[in-house]
Design a protein around this ligand. Structure first.
Ligand code: PEP
Ligand code: MG
Length: 563
């Protein structure tokens, strides 16, 4: 047995037979003498290749819309835009006119564009994969090379690859593919996002060690632990199978009868049905910024209204918590022209932008939300704001909601004011949690950011990954203080950071008194199973001993029952 570590991208596990995906190298013929190139004929070849690529992209789009949903299919609309990008097309045609054959002209122009994206940060860097995908389609058409058929892999395949493009991933049949492991790639690359939506266990960014896994080996992909294990023994398989707990559609309670809501985090309409199928008790975090990505302009009020009402209809008797726009930090939206800042995570993001530069977008979003609250299923709508640090921000949000309500009233448009909450993801918010809860109906703890800010450890920086861990006593105390303050004001309090979806922490979170846990849909069944096994009273005792710990190591020892 040998384990390699990467980044767990879909928190599910699967065992199967290793099959390497090594797409045929697209080798270009040697460059001919420019004088011998018939530019007109090459322009025609390029045009034919572009049409063939366009058709293939549209087929991939339709297939993705059918299997994964419209949200993910939008990736291919972006691919079509790359294909028709005037700068790229001009560069290719210019180089053909200068005597390059079409395949070299395409390769050169895309190489420049890919290098530009690779030089950028975060999500923008991942767009380089999209460009490679489009370039390869063009080159395959020009060189007459067929693509490998990823759609008909044998059942029980664990697919190994250096990298997978979004198109590759969208082609996969989730029934046949037991797991994916790639040498490169990050959690937020489109390929990883599509694998997650297809519920295919995935570990990305494993590194060169992946190359040593031979074709045909038995491989476990543990997307929860972020491990790829060759020849796993029974014990290792059993440890990874936790997340395969049966789906429980109803609400669950601890063994001694305390009900805890287990909701799902979603970002796109296509994720609603899979969340319901995994037994989520509603939506605890709808990341609306995903509705704003991969397009050229923000969704208008009606589109946002449609997305919110679709969520309410997918969970007719359950609460749906919609978070207002949380852009800035690592979530850049090119058409919004967000301010360039030396330290974006400490800059204008979330509610700070909604209350300043993007007050117009905020108003549109509030109109859509208030209208949705007045629909048949609208009673279940709750709205929360991200990145709150000050009581004044909440007061400002409340007065803007009143102003929007007054306008809708004047216009004669139906509206209701939904339940309102704030995310607690800054240390400041946890210190003033009581004052926030006093003005609101609920709080939801975002441990991804809360950990980053309490520990002063960038959530994107592998170099401080050991600090970005919610089990540090300071983070746990911030959580505890928030829960206590909310309850003192009769507000409910949930958690929607990644910590909430870790079944090994469920007992601790129950003990800390959280009323709701919200997570990626894939972990809902495992967390529900843990809640049912937990005794709330002994969980409270565990939480008390954990809160007294001074170090992370001591916390882990207590959780493991070692001390
Ligand atoms: C969080 O910060 O924990 C959270 C849920 O928000 P996001 O991950 O979208 O920043
Ligand atoms: Mg956050």
């Amino acid at each position: 047995m040998r384990a390699l570590t990467g980044v767990g991208s879909t928190p599910l596990s699967g065992v199967g037979t290793a099959r390497w995906y090594r797409p045929t190298a697209l080798e270009l013929p040697a460059r001919p003498d420019p004088a011998s190139v018939d530019s007109e004929a090459e322009r025609e070849r390029f045009e034919r290749a572009r049409n063939a690529a366009r058709e293939a992209i549209r087929r991939a789009r339709d297939r993705a819309a059918e299997t994964v949903g419209e949200g993910e299919a939008a990736v291919f609309e972006a691919h079509e835009q790359f294909l028709d990008d005037p700068q790229l097309v001009d560069a290719i045609e210019g180089s053909i006119d200068d005597g390059s054959p079409a395949e070299h002209a395409v390769d050169d122009a895309y190489a420049d564009a890919i290098a530009q994206f690779e030089g950028m940060e975060g999500r923008m860097a991942e767009r380089a994969d999209d460009l490679r995908d489009v370039r390869d389609r063009l080159l395959r058409a020009l060189l007459d090379v067929a693509a490998v058929d990823l759609g008909s892999l044998p059942e029980g395949t664990v697919l190994l690859a250096d990298r997978l493009t979004p198109s590759d991933t969208a082609e996969l049949d989730p029934e046949a593919v037991a797991g994916i492991a790639t040498a490169t790639g990050g959690r937020t690359s489109h390929a990883a996002i599509i694998a997650r939506s297809l519920a295919i266990p995935a570990v990305v960014g494993v590194g060169d060690g992946l190359d040593d896994i031979p074709e045909g080996a038995t491989v476990l992909v543990d997307g929860e632990a972020g491990e790829v294990v060759v020849d796993p023994d029974e014990e290792r398989r059993a440890a990874a199978s936790d997340v395969d707990a049966p789906v429980v559609a109803a609400r669950v309670s601890t063994a001694d009868g305390r009900e805890i809501e287990v909701a799902a985090n979603v970002g796109r309409p296509a994720e609603l049905d899979p969340a319901a199928e995994r037994g989520a008790d509603g939506i605890g975090l709808y990341r609306t910024e995903f509705l704003f990505l991969d397009r050229d302009a923000p969704p208008d009020e009606d589109e946002q209204f449609a997305a919110i009402t679709a969520a309410l209809q997918a969970f007719p008797d359950e609460r749906v918590v919609v978070r207002t726009l949380d852009v800035g930090g690592d979530k850049q939206v090119p058409y919004l022209d967000l301010p360039e800042e030396p330290n974006p995570f400490l800059g204008r993001r979330g509610v700070r932008l909604s209350l300043s530069d993007h007050a117009d977008l905020f108003e549109t979003q509030l109109r859509a939300l208030l209208r949705a609250a007045a629909t048949d299923a609208g009673d279940a709508l709750a709205v929360m704001v991200p990145m709150v640090a000050r009581v004044e921000e909440v007061e400002d949000v409340l007065s803007r909601i009143e102003a929007v309500a007054a306008t809708l009233d004047t216009e004669g448009v139906d509206y209701e004011i939904p339940d309102l909450g704030a995310m607690v993801e800054t240390p400041a918010a946890s210190y003033v949690a009581g004052a926030l809860a006093d003005r609101l109906d609920f709080l939801s703890i975002g441990t991804n950011d809360l950990t980053q800010y309490v520990m002063a450890a960038d959530r994107e920086n592998d170099g401080v990954a050991d600090l970005h861990d919610p089990l540090h006593p300071a983070v746990l105390r911030a959580v505890d203080r928030t829960v206590t303050a909310a309850h003192a004001c009769d507000a409910w309090v949930g958690m929607c950071g990644e910590m909430a979806g870790d079944p090994d922490l469920t007992e601790l979170l129950v003990g800390l008194g959280l009323d709701e846990l919200s997570m990626s849909a894939v972990t809902v069944p495992a967390v529900k199973a843990r809640i049912r096994e937990t005794d709330a009273e002994s969980a409270a005792t565990l939480a008390e001993t954990v809160l007294a710990c001074e170090t992370r190591a001591a916390v882990v020892a207590r959780l493991d029952g070692v001390e």
